[in-house]
Structures are given as C-alpha cells and as structure tokens.
Design a protein around this ligand. Structure first.
Ligand SMILES: [Mn+2]
Length: 322
C-alpha cells in the first residue's frame, strides 16, 4: 500500500503554538482593543539570577490555567477586547541598543494603532524603551510603577536599576504625577530614596502603603493622574517571595496575591495605555507559580478593561470554543 504525503499546510493532528490563553496569534486589527506582547530580554549582568528572558514563554504556558469568562460580568474577556497575542519582540538578551530599538518600534506600532499593550518581560530594563514608545505618541504620560525597587538609581548605564532615572531625565513622563509604590528592602548604593524624590517622583514605600491602605493609595493615584495616559508597570517582586519566588530580585515583606490582584482592580479607573508585567524568572520559580500569578495579574487587568469598555451594556456571552 502506498502512503500519500499529506499537504504540510493542512498539518493534520497538530495544535497551534501556545499563545496567551489561546488568544489568536496575529496582528492588530480594527477590533483589537488589547494585545499581548512578549519581551524575552534580560540584561544578563546579574551574577547569578539570569532567566527572565524566558518569562514570556512560561507565562503563556501558565495562562492555560485561566479561563476566558469573567463570571462577575459574564463577559468573554478575549472576544470583548478582540485580544490578540502579537508574539515576542525580536530581541537579543544583553544587547541593549538594538533590543531597545526593537522594543520601542514594536510597542510604538501597537500604541499607534490605539491598542492597549499588555506586555510581559523580560527584566525591568524592558520598561524604558516601552515608555519611549508611548511618549512618542501621547502627551502628559504618567508612570505608575509598582515594585519593591525604584529602578531610578543614581548609577550609570542602561540596566534594570536605571530605567526610570532615564525616563525622568529624558522628559518622557510627568514625574510630579508619577508614582513608585511598594518600595522596600536593601539597595545596591546609598541615597536611592533621596535620588528618586529629587527626580520629582512620588515615592511610596511598602510601609507607607500598608499604613495608608491599598484603597486610599489607589484613590490618590487616580485623583492625581485623572484622564492622562498611564504607563502601568508591575514588577512581580512587588508580591512577597512566598507567593512569587521566581523573580530577579526577591524581596521579603511584599504583598499577598489577593492584595496585589485587588490593587490592579483598584487602579482600573486609570487610562492605562501600556500594562507592563515584568521580572518573572522561570529558572528561579517553583512549579510555575510566579508565571501563573503573572498571567493572573494580566487577566485581572484585562477583565477590568473589558468591563470598563462595555459599561452600560448588558453582559455578553460568547459561544466560541475554549
Ligand atoms: Mn524590582
């Protein structure tokens, strides 16, 4: 018996490559209100914790633990947003100049199309080129940076500790309306708090946040920023290492999963143009829990965005297959 060669284009018996929660892989269309972007870049300069370049792949795998419906609104989060997974930005870990140019171009294209970019790093260095892209397209950009670290250190170079120093000095953002929230733990050099405040930022330590409360903090951020476009940066080390061990710079004394997810919901009134979830480092993770929490943090933001965009409309239910 002769076996007939099947057409390779039909690819019988094969599933598509993994995307974020099964969202269609592809470009931004007219109905695309939000898009997932992977940025598999890290500086590679840390003495022993290298690995966030593998973050996007791990988050896509763990996103399969989520589901597309939000039972509170009955919205299909994916179809409501026309969510697509744009894939990964072409970068080479360790090569700052060419990778930053590539990230800026990729995020710039999404922002120019009017799509909310939901990005997954990569280490904290990936934020500066994304901020540059947003500032190229929007005026009065405000930064809300949720992180155990300011990433605005008084040191030289382009790395995970200096992104928001450059952002301030390059005039990309309205620093007086920008926040660093959740800062704690030891620092590489002295004078980090003073330097951050000297740049004009609002610095809210984890101690400040706990005494003020999450709701009061979110209300203050929303009131300060109003309708200005926001770059919302969520470093996974804001969470305590007990719930997010797989990060580049674990720092004890962070928030619980419930607190972090609730804080994302409380910030939903902001006009977020880019939601940047970074610093998942799969080699340091435990059974994928940090990547799963990162995927859930993204889902929480997207579900809130879907509800916000359909406010006043009855809940919709999609019958598309999962
Ligand atoms: Mn950090």
């Amino acid at each position: 018996m002769t076996r007939k060669a099947s057409s390779p284009r039909l690819a019988p018996g094969f599933a598509k490559p993994a995307t974020w929660l099964g969202a269609p892989f592809g470009g931004v269309g007219l109905d695309t209100k939000a898009a997932i972007v992977g940025i598999p870049f890290d500086c590679g300069t840390h003495p022993d914790r290298i690995g966030s370049r593998m973050g996007p792949a791990a988050i896509r795998v763990q996103s399969s633990n989520l589901r597309r419906f939000d039972p509170r609104s009955n919205l299909d989060v994916l179809s409501t947003l026309g969510l697509v997974d744009l894939g990964d930005v072409l970068v080479t870990p360790g090569l700052i100049d060419e990778s930053f140019a590539s990230i800026e171009a990729a995020i710039g294209a999404a922002v120019a199309a009017g799509t909310v970019a939901v990005t997954m790093g990569g280490d904290g260095a990936v934020s500066l080129p994304q901020l540059r892209a947003l500032a190229n397209h929007r005026a009065e950009v405000c930064l809300v940076h949720i992180d155990a670290h300011t990433d605005a250190y008084p040191i030289q170079g382009y790395n995970t500790a200096t992104g928001f120093r450059h952002a301030a000095q390059e005039g990309l953002i309205d620093v007086a309306r920008s926040f660093h929230i959740g800062v704690r733990g030891p620092t590489l050099v002295p004078g980090v708090f003073e330097f951050c405040r000297g740049l004009g930022y609002n610095l809210i330590t984890m101690t400040d946040l706990r005494s003020l409360g999450y709701e009061a903090m979110a209300a203050r951020v929303v009131e300060t920023i109003g309708a200005r476009p926001v770059y919302l940066c969520f470093d996974m080390d804001f969470y305590d290492p007990s719930v997010a061990p797989g990060v580049c710079t674990p720092t004890w004394g962070g928030c619980t999963a419930a607190e972090g997810l609730a804080f994302v919901e409380m910030l939903q009134p902001l006009e977020t143009a880019v939601f940047d979830v970074n610093t998942v480092s799969p080699p340091h993770d435990a059974v994928g829990m940090t990547a799963f929490l990162a995927a859930t943090t993204m889902w929480t933001f997207l579900a809130g965005l879907a509800a916000k965009l359909t406010a006043g409309h009855p809940p919709r239910v999609s019958l598309e297959p999962h």
